[in-house]
Design a protein around this ligand. Structure first.
Ligand code: NI
Ligand code: MN
Length: 225
């Protein structure tokens, strides 16, 4: 399965249909070489309302006529901005789409929309498809709830926040990887801001020591996962 990284927590997965997660590109100084106008997608999945996850959602959704999968309050906010197709979810719920099944799972974080409106619950997603199953943590602390994830789905890979300060750091992400029983991890939510800069080698080595593979693709790079 192909995964393209667009910086911060933005990435795109080809699951038969194209899924774009948490697009925050226009204001990311590290992603200046990515042209938002050139990103084509069928769906956009939004973990929560913070600007560093939703910034480019409206623009990309309208241009691509993409369906946005997100929490109820985020969906209402996007609809009020004229986004035509959304699918709202909340923790514990699942829905079958034409690319596979999405389950909304809890994330321990906060969520307000960029204009201060209530953003509902922040969430992570598990995606089950014919080809591969994966988990995206969204912004979250390490939480015991993660132990439930492998009971629902055997994962091929997971995308975890690792930047610390606002979310779990890589040490906790290693514990998360053990709980979700997944050995191939893609790190996100690091380096973008001063407080979340990490030493890549230290993170990769710490995962390796635990028998895990941490992938840190360059911004714009496509991986086979
Ligand atoms: Ni956040
Ligand atoms: Mn964030």
């Amino acid at each position: 399965m192909k995964l393209t990284y667009y910086g911060h927590s933005s990435f795109l997965v080809d699951a038969g249909k194209i899924l774009l997660f948490d697009p925050y590109i226009s204001s990311n100084d590290l992603a200046k070489h990515i042209d938002v106008k050139e990103i084509a997608t069928d769906y956009i999945l939004i973990s929560h309302g913070h600007i560093d996850h939703i910034e480019d959602c409206e623009k990309i959704a309208k241009k691509n006529k993409a369906t946005v999968i997100c929490g109820y309050e985020v969906s209402e906010w996007l609809c009020n901005k004229g986004v035509e197709s959304t699918h709202s979810m909340n923790h514990g719920g699942k829905w079958s789409f034409d690319f596979g099944t999405v389950k909304s799972v809890s994330a321990v974080h906060s969520s307000a929309m960029p204009d201060g409106k209530y953003g509902g619950n922040p969430m992570g997603f598990i995606i089950r498809s014919d080809e591969k199953n994966f988990y995206y943590s969204g912004d979250t602390a390490l939480t015991m709830d993660m132990q439930l994830i492998p009971r629902w789905s055997k994962l091929d890979f997971a995308v975890l926040c690792i930047g610390d300060n606002y979310t779990m750091g890589y040490e906790d992400a290693i514990e998360a990887a053990k709980m979700i029983e997944c050995k191939t991890l893609v790190g996100v939510h690091y380096d973008t801001f001063e407080y979340i800069k990490i030493k890549h080698k230290n993170a990769i080595d710490a995962f390796a020591k635990a028998g895990l593979t941490l992938l840190l693709p360059a911004i714009g790079e496509t991986l086979d996962v």
